[in-house]
Write a protein that binds this ligand. Structure first.
Ligand code: RRO
Length: 303
């Protein structure tokens, strides 16, 4: 059977629906090439801001075997001007989406406008870092602020704009509604879930920042429910992220309504082979169930 794994996301055409999630492999052209060669359909950079940030003190990552990991990196990034320098004249074989953050609508918009020099295929607005107060929680928990950020960035750039939402809110649908009203082209759900771990021998929190964000298999059911609800309520495309470690996880996201999935901590467990592994499982599933196009699976889990 002739299988078609291509997917269109807003106006972005991807060879397959697997993306590298933001923050996993930093912001580096050579790494982007390696992930593309491993089979990713698109790549999202680590979030980029107006100024360089060093991030939080170590330890910044704590692994909880079989469940996931808690990180508090603290948005380390070289700042937009350095990124422009490093990425100028670089060409990539897959769409590269630039993740950006800021502390005000103007800051988001300024970063996006500067990055236009790199001909981005899209922007992902990080409205959701769980542990950097002034740029994460403050922006992503406030529906009015979300509206203003999306609205201003949309009016400043001519490429699709996605909003990555936080599960650490009372009502994520209210936040999504603000983004949709402001004209967002797609929703990415979800960022990490606020979490912490305490070392029982040292009797103190493990992470340098005390708390951080949980990712990996343990958050997948939370994200699936959110994607399912978003699909029921909105028409914009949804990208699922959280705990995709194998092809079955990816299918579950498609059935819930995601048009694409992002892989984050799965890369840390399995290495870059995870992309090829998931693609071959996806092909087998499609053959076994008589699907010719990934699009046919999207939302098929709804009654
Ligand atoms: O850099 C981080 O600590 C971080 C970010 Br920006 C984010 O969006 N989500 C996360 O779990 N960590």
């Amino acid at each position: 059977m002739n299988l078609n794994l291509e997917i269109e996301l807003a106006s972005i055409r991807m060879d397959n629906p697997l993306m590298l999630a933001s923050g996993i492999l930093g912001i580096c052209p050579s790494l982007i090439r390696r992930v593309a060669a491993a089979g990713a359909g698109a790549i999202v950079t680590k979030s980029i801001g107006l100024k360089a940030r060093e991030g939080f003190p170590n330890p910044t990552v704590h692994i909880i075997k079989d469940y996931g990991l808690i990180n508090a990196m603290g948005l380390p990034n070289p700042g937009v001007d350095e990124v422009l320098e490093e990425f100028k004249d670089q060409k990539f074989s897959v769409p590269v989406i630039y993740s950006i953050y800021g502390s005000s609508p103007e800051e988001y918009s300024n970063v996006a406008k500067k990055l236009l020099k790199l001909n981005p295929v899209a922007f992902e607005l990080n409205l959701s870092c769980p542990h950097v107060r002034e740029v994460g929680q403050m922006v992503g928990q406030d529906p009015e602020m979300v509206y203003k950020v999306v609205n201003l960035v949309k009016s400043s750039v001519n490429v699709p704009v996605f909003a990555k939402l936080s599960p650490n809110v009372t009502d994520i649908l209210e936040i999504a509604c603000s983004a949709v009203k402001a004209g967002v082209d797609g929703i990415v759900a979800i960022n990490t879930v606020k979490a912490m771990a305490i070392d029982i021998d040292l009797r103190k929190p493990v992470l340098g920042n005390v708390y951080g964000g949980l990712s990996g298999p343990s958050i997948k059911p939370i994200a699936i429910k959110i994607v399912y609800d978003l699909f029921e309520n909105f028409k914009v495309p949804i990208v699922g992220v959280g705990g995709v470690s194998n092809w079955k996880d990816a299918i579950e996201y498609f059935l819930a309504g995601a048009r694409a999935v992002q892989i984050g901590s799965g890369v840390l467990w399995k290495g870059l082979n995870i992309f090829g592994e998931i693609l071959s499982g996806l092909r087998k599933y499609m053959q076994g169930h008589g699907f010719k196009r990934v699009e046919e699976i999207v939302g098929a889990g709804h009654k």
